[in-house]
Write a protein of this length. Sequence first.
Length: 57
Amino acid sequence: MKLLAWLTETFIATFGITHPRPDQQRMANLLIGGLLLGVLLVVFGVIGFLVFAASHH
């Protein structure tokens, strides 16, 4: 959970998002972490598809 908290703090600091209140910190960590995971999965999926399509052309 510390890694997720660090990633979300870095994301918040990088993009200048308003810091969540302490009682909302856990929900913000899960939301931002989930969104980052989703973006990574989409990026790797697209790259994998492109490699697959290029190798079977």
